[in-house]
Write a protein that binds this ligand. Sequence first.
Ligand SMILES: [Zn+2]
Length: 543
Amino acid sequence: MKRLAWALLAAAALAQAADAPYGAAVAARFPAPPVHYETPGLRDGRDTFTSNAELAALLAELAKKPGVRLVEAGRSQEGSALEALHFSRGAGRPAVLLLGQQHGDEPAGAEALLALAQQLAQPADKGPALLDRIDVVILPRVNPDGAASGSRVSRDGHDINRDHLLLRTPEARAVAALVRRFEPIAVADAHEHTVVGRYLQKFGALQRYDLLLQQATTANLESELTGAGETMFLAPLRARLDRERITHEWYYTNPTTPGDLQLSMGGVQPDTARNVQGLRHSVSVLLESRGVGIGRLHLQRRVHSHVLALTSLLESAAAHAGELQALRATLGARLSAAACRGPMTVLAAQTRQQRELTMIDPETGADKAVAVSWNSSLKLRPVIERPRPCGYWLAADAGEAAERLRELGIVVRRLAEPAELDAEGWRETARAEGARSDVRGRIADAERSVQVMVETERKKLEAPAGSFYVGLDQPLANLAVAALEPDTQNSFFANRLLPALASAARVMAPPAPSAPPPAASEQRSEHPADDLAPDRGADAAHR
Ligand SMILES: [Zn+2]
């Protein structure tokens, strides 16, 4: 009954303002910024965002400037080039990677990255000094097909920002190729969040915050990385936004299920760009401007919010470049040394709190305090823990899984000779099939996943020549854990990249020195094994 009342109120508000999503009192809360941005989609009189053709033309034009290079990272499903700009004033500097518009219906991220690229492309004496300390790599539009159709997902219906572990889409593989090539010390991912829709229906209120922020939050992240992100990046970013009167909060979202009044911070699954880049020891920040569902309303302000935030993040990276490189090396080395030792978390969950948020009254435009049930990602609750193995064995028929791991940058070795391994297999104790889900609800995914519960059991494993070994004595060990422990919704087994539970095993003792970790041929994606099909799109960035 209450929901019907709010629906009627929403209808009345809409009728008042013709096609505007809300009335003048609310709109007055979001004045235009002091800067006017001039991307193709932001020019006066435009009623469409920058098209894919305009974006390609602008990138080509900027790439003619000194210190700017075009990098083709891959192609979208409809054949649009996934092109990044690489800004570099000298070799050997650490890079920061900026991603935009993974979701096609969130345009401000791409427009902001184009505006920022225009600023960075200025001559060295006029452009920002931060380029004397760091390289910047900008992939402004990860999902050109979705941008063209106004759709959140890729052409084949995948949510690209839930595909950074499974790498089913060429768009996510293009991001992985850029990450392998540039090994960024920091990554920012620009999105937009829903303003009216589910908030009006559930809370009788509209979203107020200009920008929502969140670092990587997933199992097995190092606290030093999150700490560095907070002190070096988020604290100065918040201060900057406060000075510029851009309001901000932790990132949160509203489940798509009607009547579910919980709000959740961004998820803790290792599937988003934010969480996957965190597991690679990059400071990883999600930025979400207030934009989904309001068309072009306040577009200059939405873009301004992103440009301010991205500039602050780049300045932080430049100021702390050396420390961040050192931290990355330390964390990678420590994790490599932790193979075979101690516990690890296979699955973690959010923790529940009550808190108050400020939203906006849809009629008066005044602030409205709303008490909410809040799922926090800042403190995680371990759900499944298991001893950390020395590595994983993969059967010879797991070539597709081995190739995906290599595309993630993980070292996978192929056994040249048979080896006897002290291993643990997984025995299935329960099974359910269904869709993957996240804090919003069901994830857009063409495939059904297999959710199993397992028990581990020790065994001697006769590993034949031609099978694979993934040692955890490497910096990306925790990405391998996320992919290969089978009993999570994002695992390679759950998503049929591994044909059976017996296609992989936990290796519990370092392979004997006489049979060294079956070190036949160490290969990464840069040099795919002859017997594994290289992915042209993903490897384009290496040329
Ligand atoms: Zn998004």
